[in-house]
Structures are given as structure tokens and as C-alpha cells.
Design a protein around this ligand. Structure first.
Ligand code: SF4
Length: 274
């Protein structure tokens, strides 16, 4: 008889060794690196908790593409022929906010393509991504999209985020705004740990499915059917992608309750981790 894996939050949040930690990509400016267009970093109050439980892997698509620090700010401009919508249009350009003659689209697209190719080959596979919101590179569904006159016509993904969404769909993704919600950082750690276990084959998939039985309480019928189909086909990437999609619904508190942990603010200081 196979022993059940029990998802003990205390074990997840205090991993025995660093190699057991999920690899999680992070916008470099959220990791304390002063690489934003204005030469500054962005503070995340839950960063020490994340760093203690995840192997954070900083990435800056703009400096990676060869842009300097500081640099002129850019914004995403939608081609006139393409209607604005919530997903990022394919024909958008990354143009200077103050100098429309500046166009860094090709450099950012080349970097996004090369980095995603590398990330797909990385082992152990990464389990999550912490994004800087509203950035023309790193915004995860939050980047303002403009028309040629400078009027905002919608929101979408930044150039790097759009490529990651298309090619690494299993990643658990949050940004620095969502991760500050009560209990959200711990939920993120737990979900990244689940995805890490699934895609890096730390335990048999069927065994994971049994251990994940409580997940059904948070999933609708379609999401549950997708998960079960993935188990039947031994499709780990599909399973992780379905889990990632499903985790976007439900509140952090619901997911934490699933794993037996109360939201952080409800616990006394002596129970805090990180
Ligand atoms: S938001 Fe992304 S591209 Fe901009 S500084 Fe941060 S890591 Fe670099």
C-alpha cells in the first residue's frame, strides 16, 4: 500500500534543505536590485518569507535586453488596426513614453524569446514567477495599453509576461500587489511547492493526486475533470498548468484553509515563519 503524502504546511514552510525549495523566478527589482527605469528597486514586505522558503531567481528583461539604468520609460502601444482587449495584442510596440521615436520592441522580444527557451530547459523546472505589476515587460495582466494618441485603451501582459504565459503555463504567477494580501505569500509558497513536486517528479503523479484529494473542494467540475485527465495520461505539465489556472480562483484564505493553515495575520507572532 502506498503511503499518502501529507501536505504539512509547517514542513513546506520550513524545508529541510535548500535543494527541496521550489525555484521561483522574480522580477529583479522586487529582489532589491535597483534596475528600474528610474534606477530604483521596489520593496516587497513579504520578501524575507518568500526568500526563506523559495529559491528566488531574479530576472530583469529590460537590462537583460541591454537597456541601461536609468533609462527612458517605455509604454506599450497597440497598433491602430488591432482592438484593445484584456490579452496582450500581438502587434503592440514598446515605445518611449516621452519620446515616441524610441522603440525597444525588438530587443525586448528577442530577450523574452531567448530567456523562455532557457527556462523551458531548466532543471529542476521552475514552479512560479513573482512579477512587477504594470511594467511593459513584467506586468502580469496589469500593464496599461495605449493607442497612438497616448490614451489608455486597455490592460494586458508585458512582453516578457506574455511569452511566459504562452510557453510556461504551469507557473504559479503573482505580482507584488497580490502577494501582499493577507495569507497570499504563504498560499503562493504552498502552491509553488505542489507544482514543484508535480513537474519535477518528486513523487508519483497518481500518489500526488490522492494526496490532493482536498483540492476538489475548491475546484469546479471542469477544473477537476482536467486534473483527472492529466493523471490518466500521466501528463505532469498539464496537471501543473491546470493547478496553476485553478489557483487563480478562490481567496488565499480558502487555499490556506485547505492546507490547514490560518492566514498569517490570524496567528500569534510566535507562530510566524521567516
Ligand atoms: S519591472 Fe521587470 S523589466 Fe522593469 S526593472 Fe523590474 S525586472 Fe526589470
Amino acid at each position: 500500500m502506498t503511503a499518502l503524502i501529507t501536505f504539512d504546511p509547517d514542513r513546506f514552510l520550513r524545508p529541510d534543505n535548500a535543494s527541496a525549495r521550489p525555484a521561483v523566478l522574480s522580477s529583479s527589482c522586487l529582489n532589491g536590485e535597483p534596475v528600474r527605469y528610474d534606477g530604483r528597486a521596489r520593496t516587497v514586505t513579504t520578501h524575507s518569507l518568500l526568500a526563506a522558503n523559495l529559491t528566488l531567481q531574479p530576472l530583469c528583461p529590460e537590462t537583460g535586453a541591454g537597456l541601461p539604468v536609468p533609462r527612458p520609460p517605455v509604454q506599450l502601444v497597440v497598433a491602430p488596426s488591432e482592438p484593445a482587449r484584456s490579452a496582450t495584442p500581438t502587434s503592440l510596440r514598446a515605445r518611449g513614453r516621452d519620446d515616441p521615436g524610441l522603440d525597444v520592441t525588438d530587443a525586448l522580444s528577442r530577450y523574452a524569446s531567448a530567456s523562455v527557451t532557457t527556462l523551458r530547459k531548466q532543471r529542476p523546472r521552475p514552479a512560479g514567477y513573482l512579477w512587477k505589476s504594470r511594467s511593459p515587460s513584467c506586468g502580469w495582466g496589469t500593464t496599461p495599453l495605449f493607442d497612438n494618441s497616448g490614451t489608455q485603451v486597455g490592460t494586458g501582459d508585458g512582453i516578457q509576461a506574455a511569452r511566459v504565459r504562452a510557453e510556461l503555463p504551469w507557473l504559479i504567477c503573482r505580482d507584488e500587489v497580490g502577494i501582499e494580501e493577507q495569507g497570499a505569500a504563504e498560499q503562493f509558497i504552498l502552491l509553488c511547492r505542489l507544482v514543484h513536486d508535480v513537474i519535477n517528479e518528486t513523487v508519483p503523479l497518481a500518489q500526488l493526486r490522492t494526496a490532493h484529494q482536498p483540492l476538489v473542494t475548491l475546484l469546479d467540475d471542469a477544473a477537476l475533470a482536467t486534473l483527472l485527465n492529466c493523471v490518466a495520461r500521466n501528463d505532469r505539465l498539464g496537471y501543473a498548468a491546470a493547478l496553476s489556472t485553478a489557483s487563480a480562483s478562490g481567496s488565499p484564505a480558502q487555499w490556506l484553509a485547505l492546507f490547514g493553515r490560518r492566514p498569517a495575520a490570524a496567528r500569534p507572532d510566535s507562530e510566524r515563519v521567516g
